[in-house]
Design a binder for this molecule. Sequence first.
Ligand code: THU
Ligand code: ZN
Length: 160
Amino acid sequence: MEEKMKVVSFTSLPVWQQKLIFDADEARRHSSSPYSKFKVGAAIQCSQPNTDPVVVYLGCNVENAMYVVTHAEQAAINEACLNEPEKPYIIAIAVVLPAETIDQHALPCGYCRQWIREFGSDDTLVLGAKLNSAGDIWQVEVVTLEELLPFSFGPNNLGK
Ligand code: THU
Ligand code: ZN
């Protein structure tokens, strides 16, 4: 494992990462979460950084009255599968959610980590953008999937 999580300001990020976070924030506006009232947005980049065209898929969390929920990351992965001709590969994923303190992370839950593993690799970049009560991104957590899900079980275990 190479690096530990970096916690940085939004403006210190490369422009392509800032754009991916903005896309996730836009997706977050579509969240339908009347039960948790916790809006999450995700944006998946499937194209290499700084190449044209930029291929991004969006997702938001959606909840129903049985308290069954679709997570934003999972929704974005579904979009990628719908639109890519082959199995999508996640270069980077941005997640935007409310997180006001240092110990509230803005990173995908365990369930979503396994979904990202399916369509990513140890090197997949995960950007967790933390919103304050004013709705501003005050901090971004930058990690690899390997840091979030070390020693993972994945498609390679099944020869895929
Ligand atoms: N949620 C996500 O969309 N992604 C995560 O990784 C964490 C949780 C959603 C699910 C539910 O609608 C709300 O946030 C509260 O758990
Ligand atoms: Zn999740």
